[in-house]
Design a protein around this ligand. Structure first.
Ligand code: GLN
Ligand code: ZN
Length: 767
């Protein structure tokens, strides 16, 4: 039997972010629905053709989504949150998706968008399904069938439809408040719909269907594990044997669940060999020879060329005793950029080290061909670049490596105990009680964006750029003074993105022109690539912070992006450990802090919004991760003066899993998202007896609504019942870069006024 190639999904944004542009135009009434549909169709056609060009044997259908693939599944099952049902009159269409994803208004009342959360440990956000007790489901939204028929009409027959498995779907959802039931109770209502869909697929003479159950890589509770056998028995009994199920898992190993998987009535299993640690022999010996095993060896989540020769040597011996072998991407390619050929500015040698989605398809073709022909000669050519990278001078910096060696295993944080630091800082900073501040960025107006791009493309020189940038900063400082905020920021106008900016300014990173990946809805990010040892050759933020400070008597905070966020929101190198990478970043940031202190910056904020998402999929690995993550923060501040106040910011509210680490992190002030989570989060900090200061995110910056003074006040009064006023800072829940100036000024005005009224009311004045 021939070895076959397949992908688990292809990026849906289009090579030039066509989907994003079309979505946004449609939302602004600049294009019609027909035009939007047309753009979607063209992207799907492009994706299929690119995979056909590279001889991919089984082509994924169902990987396209107008907003999010989990939202697709929700609509397919007729799961529309109750609050939207009136608005849509029970007729689900594409607008329904956008209402649920983005929120809407009905009879002058705001309908909140469904929550978004991270897709496992990636930086993609999915729309969380909402469940309620005894909910019923219907097969309503038939996008999958339409797209299957569309491909068949293009005369493409080697298609493989994708469904999110019923258990993963239920696991990813949330129960609507006050509903006391188990999500598993809904299985019996959901499975008939899955059967209906599978039967429809069967009618189209399709051989293989891909059912994604990535939760098998987690350490699941017993009752969820037990549900697998029953669920798949029911599906199988209702669809007969002529349709083959490939169960797909990704993002982690599944050996711990192999006994369970073995018993399922399926026809094949996909395993992620890039992100998981499964032993191939073990898997091979444990899985029936009647099954397909699909090995995911081409990373869907990183951009390095695959060492095809290495995999050839491993897989060729498996092939000899397993007739049914497939080779695929580790997970969907949606987490990698589309086409390396759209990078025109990258150094040619470095570019040879990378593979984006289209090139990854080429890799799959090459390895499958080599295995089928017993001829690895072309692979040797391909893998050459892995070795030229290893020995390239571009990636090594002996100085950095020496510094890391010298550090050894003991990272010593020289700062004194918080009690001592806090006294020194109070003396130095002389802030009022409950100081008001912001998280760093201010609106990125089109003027600001144009200025940056004019400079980047060489239309204006550095002096001109600097002069104009300073004007923006001056304006931002003026506005904050007028608002009477207590601790000011320079506004980050020079940064297009908090990670890319530092990537651009540190050695060891490269930046792409078109390496976009979807983050959520129409939002895409362009992660920098860490190619080598990281170092800092000159101060990065000092000039701007110092200038901002020179304009005001108030204190201006310096702003840095922390090592974990830098790591997780980049494409990391794969030849040294993430621990080592973060240590290198930490050392570079440490130098930056030293220079900021020298320039008289008294407060420095180190943002770590990605800290939580880095938690490994398996709980048993959490502690190890948290230890090195916290250690990298400590290394960053290890020589910071005690009187310099260190802030950190994490923009989410799920702290339950990491709360003890936050305590150990020991930042002088941590600002958190509290506006949407009510006082639950504050109670968590109270229970912990959290000794340091807390910045309360008192309003939601993701919404254009202006929070009223009384709303902020009542929120604060609730919070003050739990934790002493002496510990609080007042701020929005995240950076303001996506908002308009009008919204920002009104909201911050109300925030400052609410704080002042409270200060007065309780007579909490500082002498
Ligand atoms: N300082 C950054 C900003 O204000 C923080 C952004 C974030 O937390 N994601 O934009
Ligand atoms: Zn944030």
């Amino acid at each position: 039997m021939k070895v076959l190639s397949h992908t688990l999904g292809f990026p849906r944004i289009g090579p030039y972010r066509e989907l994003k542009k079309a979505q946004e135009k449609y939302w602004n009434n600049q294009i019609t629905k027909e035009k939007l549909f047309n753009i979607g169709y063209n992207i799907r056609k492009f994706n299929l053709n690119k995979q056909i060009d590279n001889h991919i044997d089984l082509l994924p259908i169902g990987d396209f989504a107008w907003y999010d693939h989990i939202l697709n599944t929700s609509l397919m099952l007729g799961n529309v949150p109750i609050r939207f049902q009136k608005k849509i009159d029970n007729s689900i269409n594409i607008d329904t998706m956008f209402y649920i994803g983005r929120g809407s208004i009905h009879n002058k009342k705001a309908l909140n968008a469904s929550k978004m959360t991270k897709w496992f440990n990636t930086n993609y956000h999915y729309i969380v399904p909402e469940f309620y007790k005894n909910q019923s489901f219907n097969f309503i939204w038939k996008q999958l069938l339409i797209e299957l028929d569309e491909a068949i009409k293009m005369n493409i027959n080697n298609i493989k439809p994708i469904l999110i498995g019923p258990l993963t779907y239920l696991w990813l959802g949330t129960k609507v408040e006050n509903n006391n039931f188990s999500r598993l109770e809904l299985l019996k209502n959901i499975l008939p719909i899955y059967i209906e869909i599978l039967l429809e697929i069967k009618k189209r003479n399709i051989q293989w269907i891909q059912i994604d159950e990535p939760i098998l890589a987690l350490e699941l509770p017993e009752k969820w594990l037990k549900s697998f056998k029953n669920t798949y028995d029911i599906l199988r009994n209702n669809i007969s044997n002529d349709i083959n199920i490939l169960l797909t898992t990704y993002f982690g190993g599944i050996s711990h669940n192999i006994e369970l998987i073995k018993l399922l009535p399926i026809n094949g299993i996909h395993i992620d060999l890039v992100n998981g640690k499964d032993n191939i022999e073990y898997i091979n010996n444990n899985i029936s020879k009647k099954w397909i095993i699909s090995f995911g060896i081409v990373s869907g989540r990183n951009i390095w060329k695959t060492d095809l020769k290495k995999w050839y040597d491993i897989l060729i011996s498996i092939k000899n005793n397993r007739p049914l072998l497939w080779i695929g991407s580790s997970c969907s390619l949606m987490h990698s950029p589309v086409d390396l050929n759209l990078e025109f500015k990258l150094d040619k040698k470095i570019k040879n080290w990378f593979s984006f989605a289209i090139q990854k398809c080429q890799e799959l073709y090459l390895i499958v061909k080599a295995i089928n022909n017993n001829d690895p000669s072309q692979l040797i050519e391909w893998s050459k670049f892995i070795y030229t990278r290893k020995i390239s001078k571009k990636i090594t910096n002996i100085q950095v490596q020496k510094k890391i060696l010298l550090l050894g295993n003991n990272i010593i944080n020289n700062r004194k105990h918080y009690d001592t630091r806090s006294i020194l800082q109070k003396e130095k900073l002389k802030l009022p009680l409950m100081p008001t501040t912001t998280i760093g960025s201010f609106p990125q107006t089109s003027d600001i964006r144009k200025l940056r791009s004019d400079f980047k493309s060489g239309y204006i020189d550095y002096n001109n750029y600097k002069k104009n940038m300073k004007n923006h900063i001056k304006n931002i400082i003026n506005i904050q003074e007028k608002l009477d905020l207590d601790v000011l920021v320079h506004g980050e106008p020079e940064r297009n993105d908090m990670v890319e900016y530092f990537g651009e300014n540190l050695n060891g990173f490269v930046i792409t022109e078109n390496g976009w990946i979807q983050s959520y809805g129409s939002r895409c990010v362009k992660p920098p690539i860490i190619i080598g040892d990281i170092s800092r050759s000159k101060p990065i933020t000092v000039y701007w912070s110092q200038y901002a400070q020179s304009l005001t008597k108030k204190i201006v905070k310096g702003m840095l992006t922390g090592p974990i966020t830098m790591l997780l929101w980049s494409f990391p190198r794969d030849d040294i450990s993430p621990i080592e990478i973060t240590k290198q970043i930490a050392l570079a940031l440490k130098e930056e802090i030293y220079d900021l202190e020298k320039s008289n910056i008294k407060i420095i904020q180190i943002d770590e919004p990605a800290l939580r998402e880095g938690l490994p999929l398996k709980k048993s690995e959490w502690n190890e991760y948290l230890n090195w993550a916290i250690e990298s923060f400590h290394l960053t501040i290890s020589s910071t003066k005690d009187e310099t106040q260190i802030h950190t910011h994490m923009c989410y509210s799920e702290f339950k899993d990491i709360i003890n680490s936050i305590l150990i992190l020991d930042a002088d002030v941590i600002s958190i998202e509290t506006s949407r989570s009510g006082t639950n989060l504050i109670k968590l900090f109270k229970k912990l007896n959290y000794p340091n200061e807390l910045g309360l995110g008192v309003y939601d910056i993701h919404s254009p609504n202006i929070p009223s003074i009384s709303k902020i006040q009542s929120f604060l009064i609730e919070a003050l019942k739990n934790i002493s006023f002496k510990k609080f800072w007042i701020n929005p829940d995240c950076g303001l870069k996506t908002r308009t100036w009008e919204e920002v000024i009104k909201s911050l005005h109300n925030m400052v006024q609410a704080t002042k009224i409270l200060r007065k009311k309780y007579n909490y004045y500082l002498k």
